[in-house]
Design a protein around this ligand. Structure first.
Ligand SMILES: [Mn+2]
Length: 451
């Protein structure tokens, strides 16, 4: 039987989390097929796709990852699927034969449209038998004959007369631990899983829920519980591939855990393909390349390494594009500098920093079209002042980072002295200050202001 493994990135997914999940799931599926492994790897995501991911997926006809909300064990993970069914008009004799033939303890009873109506179980038959013996007043031949007659009659009784109708109904997507207590408390040992059309698609018994299997996951682009899929503590983590600090996901067994201080998880996935000697399909190569480009800001971020550059070149050859040109198209696909809401433009990537008793907000907006952003300066500054006032920030800094020109237009509202002192510049309330070579908030802006 095939078993699914979820390959998933962090919450609020960025393009790297999406691409790494899709790219790695593909590689794992190719390898599983080669090895005749029963595992199927399902790429998943924990939020809406970033526009640039949608753009690449569409352009190369790749199926987007499946959106999931948790990895708790579900009813569908433990049920016995495709239960044996019998029609309401069938006789108890037929029911008994079916139970014997399939060596099972219960049958689902359905109407003509195939909708679930009740359960016939060995227990129902036993109860009918015991009821018949109630008629046994004494051991006289007459009395015994009455019982025998009653039992013979029972064989031609309709299933619908004896079935249990008060059966607990579940949905395959129900979280198992939410329904366990009700199942244990219910009269029957079985619950029936029905689909939207009311058809029985599975049976769950009490023994199925006693030791439920864990969902299996592979984490990409994170190794922190806080950023991971809900229910992670209940799941089995099979692998982690990441390029962030080592955090707090822990496992019961030794696992494959790849972590390197490089520019993107997509780079690591590319290396995995090459190490396994598996060809990277063009679409997957484009997807991985797009993620290297967004995570490293077209290889210009200080986090970009030679490893990222080499792998980007390798992928670009497969796709048949120039890496920088391709990177720019990816950033343009993010788009919307002219009509993006100002809350998003300033707030989508904003981090708070503590300087003594003051909180400073440093926001960053990456663009391939600086003039378009700066046309909105007034509106942007107004919003920055509002943020400072509403949230009590001492200073609000916005880095409008021009990826092409490799520099940042720095805007500051609130107490500008802090910024001026840190950089030896003269920030005013107009135009901002062009800072060539400044791309990294953490290394080049926050460190200076806080240092
Ligand atoms: Mn990443």
């Amino acid at each position: 039987m095939s078993k699914n493994v979820i390959v998933v990135g962090h919450k609020n997914p960025d393009n790297d989390s999406i691409s790494a999940a899709v790219g790695y799931a593909h590689l794992k599926n190719v390898l599983a097929q080669k090895l005749d492994s029963p595992l199927t790897f399902i790429p998943a995501c924990l939020g809406p796709l970033p526009p640039e991911s949608t753009w690449v997926l569409d352009a190369y006809g790749i199926e987007p990852p499946r959106r999931i909300s948790h990895v708790h064990t579900r009813v569908g993970d433990v049920m016995t699927a495709d239960p044996i069914s019998i029609s309401m008009d069938a006789s108890m004799l037929e029911a008994g034969r079916a139970l014997r033939k399939h060596n099972i303890r219960s049958l689902v009873v359905e109407d003509e449209q195939g909708r679930f109506k009740g359960l016939i179980s060995t227990r129902a038959i036993a109860e009918r038998y015991i009821t018949a013996t109630d008629e046994l007043d004494d051991a006289s031949p007459e009395s015994s004959m009455a019982v025998a007659t009653s039992l013979i009659e029972s064989l031609s009784q309709k299933v619908s007369e004896l079935m249990f109708e008060n059966v607990m109904k579940l949905d395959a997507e129900d979280v198992l631990h939410d329904v366990v207590d009700d199942m244990i408390a219910s009269e029957l040992r079985e619950a029936v899983v029905v689909d939207e059309a009311g058809r029985a698609v599975g049976i769950v018994t009490r023994s199925d829920v006693a030791t439920p299997p864990k969902r299996c996951v592979i984490l990409v682009d994170h190794n922190e519980v806080r950023q991971a899929v809900t229910g992670i503590e209940e799941a089995e983590v099979l692998e982690i591939i990441d390029h962030h600090r080592i955090a707090d996901v822990s496992t019961a067994n030794p696992i494959k855990f790849i972590n390197r201080p490089i520019g993107s998880t997509a780079t690591l996935i590319t290396l995995e393909y090459r190490e396994a000697g598996i060809d990277i399909p063009k679409g997957i190569a484009a997807l991985l390349l797009s993620a290297i480009m967004t995570d490293t800001v077209i290889l210009k971020s200080p986090t970009a390494t030679d490893v990222d550059r080499e792998q980007a070149d390798h992928l670009a050859r497969i796709v048949g594009v120039d890496p920088t040109e391709f990177g720019l198209s990816v950033f343009r696909a993010r788009g919307g500098d002219a009509d993006m809401g100002v809350e998003e433009l300033v707030g989508a990537d904003a981090k708070e920093f503590q300087l003594d008793d003051n909180t400073i907000l440093i926001a960053q907006h990456e663009t391939v079209d600086l003039p378009v952003v700066m046309e909105r300066e007034q509106e942007i500054r107004e919003y920055m002042r509002k943020l400072a006032k509403d949230k009590g920030y001492e200073t609000v800094v916005l880095m409008v980072t021009d990826i092409l020109a490799e520099g940042t237009q720095l805007l500051a509202e609130g107490n500008r002295k802090i910024v001026n002192r840190a950089f030896g510049i003269e920030c005013t309330g107009k135009d901002g200050t062009w800072m060539p070579g400044v791309l990294s908030r953490k290394k080049q802006v926050a460190a200076k202001i806080l240092g």
